[in-house]
Design a protein around this ligand. Structure first.
Ligand code: GLV
Ligand code: GLV
Length: 374
C-alpha cells in the first residue's frame, strides 16, 4: 500500500496520498529523503497513520481529510520528526498548538490555488444564477421539446451586488473577478478592511468613473449582517475556526434576500447544513453552489434532492496547475525545514514555482511560535 521512492535516502518522509506532478518528488529527493507514499484512495485513520510513522520519521505530508493533532504529532516527535505540511491552504484539520508544543513546524500551501479556487466560485455563481445543472439534466432526460420564452429563467448579475465574506487571497481574487468581469458592486466583510484590495478597486472604479459610469462600487461592511441583507450573491471565503463554525445558521440565512445566491468554496461547516436544507426547501428561488459540505463525503439528508442546490465534490483547487503547485509547496516546506533553511511566509509564491527555488520554506503557520522566521 505504501510505495517507496529513493529508498536509500537518509531522511524518511511519509506522504499519506499520491500527489500530482513530479516536481515535489524531485524536491524531496534533493533533500535526501526516502519518500513513502500511500497508494490507497481510502481516507487513512489516525491509527493507520500513526503505525506508518513508526519509530523513525523525519517529516510528513498529510491531507485535509485527516486529523493531525496530539496523537500524530506526539508520534511524529517520538520518531524524530520536525515538520508536517498540510496539502491545502486551510488547516482546520490540524491542531497547530499541539504541533508547536512538540516543536513540529506546520506548513500549508497558499498562493498557488488562489485564482483556481476563485474561478470555481465564479463557475458555481453562474451555475446557480443560470441554473446550468438543472437545465443540463432536463436536456439529458429528454424533456426538452423546443425553445420556450420562459424556460429556466435565471438571474442577471450585471450591476447587482456581490457580497464577499472573508477577503484574504481567494476572497479578494473572487471579488476582483466579479467586479471587473461582471460589473457587480461589491460589499465585503473581513476582520479589518483589506487595504490592498481597496487600493486596487479604487483605481479600477476611478477608471470607470472617468468613462462616465457610476458603477461598479465597493464598500467594506463592519458586520456580516449588512452583507447578508444587501447582497444578491454571497460568497464565503473565510477560514473555518471556532468563530466561523456555523457562521451561516438559520437566523443568518433568514437575513438574506429570498432569491439570493449563496456560494461556498471555503469549508462546509461554515454553514449549518441542516438549516440550509430547510431554507432551500422554503425558498425555491434561493440558489446555492457548494464545493464543500459539512460532513464530507456525506451529504445532509435532503440536500441532494434540492433542485436549487449545485454541488461539486471539493474540487475548487483542482486545476492541474494548482494541485501540482500545492505538491511543490508542501514538499518545499518539508525539505526546507529538514535542511535547516529559514521560513519566508511572504504573500508572493512565484519564486517557489520557478526552476531555482529559494532556500526557504514558503509557508509555516507556526513559524513565529517556533522562532523560524527569517
Ligand atoms: C482545499 O480545500 C484547500 O484548503 O487547499
Ligand atoms: C436567444 O437565443 C436570442 O436570440 O435572443
Amino acid at each position: 500500500m505504501w510505495k517507496i521512492d529513493h529508498p536509500t535516502g537518509k531522511r524518511r518522509v511519509i506522504v499519506t496520498k499520491e500527489l500530482p506532478g513530479e516536481r515535489w518528488r524531485e524536491i524531496l529527493r534533493a533533500a535526501d529523503c526516502r519518500i513513502e507514499v500511500c497508494q490507497s484512495r481510502n481516507i487513512l485513520s489516525e491509527m493507520e497513520i500513526r503505525q506508518h510513522i513508526g519509530n523513525r520519521c523525519d517529516g510528513a505530508i498529510g491531507q485535509l481529510t485527516e486529523l493531525w493533532g496530539e496523537v500524530l504529532f506526539s508520534a511524529l516527535k517520538n520518531a524524530g520528526g520536525v515538520v508536517y505540511s498540510n496539502y491545502a491552504v486551510g488547516y482546520n484539520n490540524v491542531d497547530v498548538a499541539s504541533a508547536t508544543k512538540y516543536g513540529i513546524a506546520v506548513g500549508n500551501t497558499p498562493g498557488v490555488l488562489t485564482e483556481t479556487t476563485a474561478e470555481m466560485a465564479v463557475a458555481l455563481t453562474f451555475a446557480a444564477a443560470r441554473r446550468v445543472v438543472e437545465a443540463d439534466s432536463y436536456v439529458r432526460s429528454g424533456q426538452f421539446t423546443g425553445w420556450q420564452p420562459d424556460l429556466f429563467l435565471g438571474k442577471r448579475l450585471y450591476r447587482k451586488t456581490v457580497g464577499v465574506i472573508g477577503a484574504g487571497r481567494i476572497g479578494s481574487a473572487y471579488a476582483k473577478m466579479m467586479v471587473e468581469g461582471f460589473k457587480m458592486n461589491l460589499i465585503y466583510h473581513n476582520p479589518a478592511p483589506n487595504a490592498a484590495l481597496e487600493a486596487y478597486l479604487k483605481h479600477y472604479t476611478d477608471f470607470r468613473h472617468a468613462q462616465g459610469d457610476d458603477y461598479p462600487t465597493f464598500r467594506y461592511a463592519g458586520s456580516i449582517d449588512e452583507v447578508l441583507a444587501q447582497a444578491d450573491v454571497i460568497s464565503l471565503h473565510c477560514p473555518l475556526n471556532d468563530a466561523t463554525h456555523h457562521l451561516l445558521n438559520a437566523e443568518r440565512l433568514a437575513q438574506m434576500k429570498p432569491n439570493a445566491i449563496l456560494i461556498n468554496t471555503s469549508r462546509g461547516a461554515v454553514i449549518d447544513e441542516r438549516a440550509l436544507v430547510n431554507h432551500c426547501r422554503c425558498h425555491p428561488d434561493f440558489r446555492v453552489g457548494l464545493d464543500v459540505f459539512e460532513d464530507e463525503p456525506r451529504l445532509t439528508p435532503g440536500l441532494a434532492e434540492l433542485p436549487n442546490v449545485t454541488i461539486v465534490p471539493h474540487i475548487a483547487s483542482a486545476s492541474r496547475w494548482a494541485r501540482e503547485g500545492m505538491a511543490t509547496l508542501a514538499a518545499t516546506n518539508v525539505a526546507a525545514i529538514l535542511r535547516g533553511f529559514p521560513v519566508w511566509n511572504q504573500e508572493d509564491m512565484s519564486p517557489f514555482e520557478g526552476d531555482n527555488p529559494p532556500h526557504a520554506a514558503p509557508s509555516i503557520v507556526n513559524a513565529v511560535e517556533l522562532g523560524l522566521l527569517s
